[in-house]
Write a protein that binds this ligand. Sequence first.
Ligand SMILES: C[S@@+](CC[C@H](N)C(=O)[O-])C[C@H]1O[C@@H](n2cnc3c(N)ncnc32)[C@H](O)[C@@H]1O
Length: 227
Amino acid sequence: MGFTLDKVVPWGRSYHEYVSMFELKEADLQRRILGCGDGPASFNAELSRRGGNIVSVDPVYGFSADQIRCRIAGTYETVMAQLHQNHRDYVWDTIPSVEQLGQIRMFAMETFLADFGSGKQAGRYVAGELPHLPFADKTFDMALSSHFLFLYSAHLSADFHIRALLDMLRVSDEVRVFPLLALDGLPSPHLPVVEDQLAQQGFRTAVKRVPYEFQRGGNDMLVIKPA
Ligand SMILES: C[S@@+](CC[C@H](N)C(=O)[O-])C[C@H]1O[C@@H](n2cnc3c(N)ncnc32)[C@H](O)[C@@H]1O
């Protein structure tokens, strides 16, 4: 069965969150970037506005802006209720309340929606799914995964993660993944086997502490490069 919109709860992060999660320096932001599973994040819209070179790939881009907007509206209150309920699992330093978080996420998603039509025409939003990316080898300098790989460890196997990361390494020179926690707030059980398998396939991995922490204890990213 194919991907359907009711399988996804759209929740998009901002440009500044991406910069902080992936510790993106000025030189990184000049590179050809692929965002895998960017969904309704505003990173693509904002980086493109700043003159960056980015493509985002996600199965939701097979739907129209109106369909995605409708799904955001239909799931927003549920996400907010869950955040209130699980308040203690998050760090409220930078974003002080659930309400402000909701506003920041909605602003990011509105920014994405306003950019989606023209961005799709320009080839910046591509409908596609890991672990088979619709790009030629080494099309990008860097491939990112924010809040998809490792987060859904209960739903996606270690084998899926290895295949997805190898395909990201096929189309790019370097991969960065954030966070390394699963939805339960614990370190992904897949990380050791994924690192081991990638080492066997000729890649070196490093876990790096970053300045971004919202999910409590979630302030590490995985960097993968050819050995
Ligand atoms: C929690 S959202 C994260 C959105 C964005 N990266 C962010 O951090 O704000 C997860 C995204 O992964 C996308 N997704 C689901 N299955 C995927 C797959 N097989 N390959 C790539 N993306 C996928 C979903 O459509 C959704 O947009």
